[in-house]
Design a protein around this ligand. Structure first.
Ligand code: CO
Ligand code: ZN
Length: 357
């Protein structure tokens, strides 16, 4: 399942292929599944009407659209989502026209030192599909606006570690699927595979509005900078040490009561859990928590090395622990108070009881 999920195509705004795959899989376990106007896949597993919880993982991936085809058949590109130009040179990509065509992201060989090496920009990158001129490219149904995705199939590394082009965030979708299979809750659970997260958390905004949940949890990746040269205080999370709860990122401050509720469950169930603080980037929780009058929200993340490259890498132990934790959280949600008891203060000074305290 993870293989077909992560190999599927779904650049932001063009999620149809991956959406169909997710929908057909969700239909096996959910009470209702729909694809809404924006393209979000929403699966509902009914509880006992206690409230509504929304679990969101984005199914879109970063990629490119064709911006120009020159007379020699070279294709120029515009990025969709946060692309790190340094990761592009010598990449194999797939250009989507009438069929799928392999392309390569070229660079000038070191033997030809025409210019001083300068900071590379996306405008310098071109894709070569092997065509001899523009006509040959056009004949393949490739035009301005055609999408381009990375060629980066899921591969197993040592131990329980895996790499693919789209761990961000098909691994989150995978966690949702596995949770859906096992989840029991007094809450109605909405499993949402969102669109257009990579271009600004857009699908979560509209699906959040439609569902209007009491609680929202985004499941996404976070940085695991546990690699050479990165100092200890800059590692954020580490692979294999459990999923991570978001204290804060650029889009949301994880709800402190929900976070402690989740941390308490992790402790009770002996599930390792890390704490995530990101100074850049955000997740779907960033828009979910601002829905209508506000939603208690946080993010559960899978630590991932090399985020936003073609070799994003995760540890399946973290993935399994994320599923385990979510299932337990859903099960015990009854004991979480969405509304806190209000402390009442009289307008005319303190009540007698408080004045004695
Ligand atoms: Co991303
Ligand atoms: Zn993501």
């Amino acid at each position: 399942m993870l293989k077909s999920l992560s190999n599927a195509v779904g650049v932001s705004g063009y999620e149809d292929e991956v959406a169909e795959l997710i929908k057909s899989e969700m239909e096996k376990y959910a009470d209702e599944v729909e694809i809404d106007k924006m393209g979000n896949v929403i699966g509902l597993k009914r509880g006992k009407g206690k409230g509504k919880i929304m679990l969101a993982a984005h199914m879109d991936e970063i990629g490119f659209v064709v911006s120009h085809i020159d007379k020699n058949g070279f294709i120029f590109i515009s990025p969709v989502g946060g692309i790190n130009v340094k990761t592009l040179i010598s990449r194999r990509v797939i250009v989507h026209g009438n069929e799928r065509y392999y392309g390569i992201m070229g660079s000038v060989p070191p033997h030809i030192k025409e210019k001083e090496e300068k900071e590379l920009s996306i405008e310098d990158i071109f894709v070569d599909i092997g065509a001899k001129d523009r006509e040959e490219v056009l004949k393949k149904g490739i035009k301005v606006g055609s999408i381009i995705t990375y060629d980066g199939d899921l591969k197993k590394l040592s131990g329980r570690r895996y790499t693919s082009k789209t761990m961000d965030d098909r691994i989150g979708v995978f966690v949702l699927m596995e949770t859906l299979k096992k989840a029991k809750s007094s809450y109605d659970i909405y499993f949402v595979a969102t669109v257009q997260e990579e271009v600004g958390l857009r699908g979560a905004k509209t699906s959040g509005y439609k569902i209007s949940p009491d609680i929202g949890i985004a499941v996404d990746v976070t940085l695991a900078n546990d690699i050479p040269e990165v100092k200890e205080h800059k590692r954020i999370t580490e692979l294999g040490k459990g999923p991570a709860i978001t204290i804060m990122d650029r889009s949301v401050i994880g709800n402190k009561r929900l976070n402690s509720f989740i941390e308490k469950i992790a402790q009770e169930e002996n599930i390792p859990l890390q704490r995530n603080i990101l100074s850049r980037g955000g997740t779907d929780a960033g828009t979910i928590h601002l829905t209508k009058e506000g939603v208690i929200s946080t993010t559960l993340s899978i630590p991932t090395r090399f985020v936003h490259s073609t070799v994003e890498c995760v540890d399946m132990n973290d993935v399994e622990n994320a599923v385990k934790l979510l299932v337990k959280v859903l099960e015990k949600l009854d004991s979480f108070a969405v509304y806190q008891e209000k402390k009442t203060y009289s307008t005319y000074g303190r009540s007698r009881k408080q004045s004695y305290e």
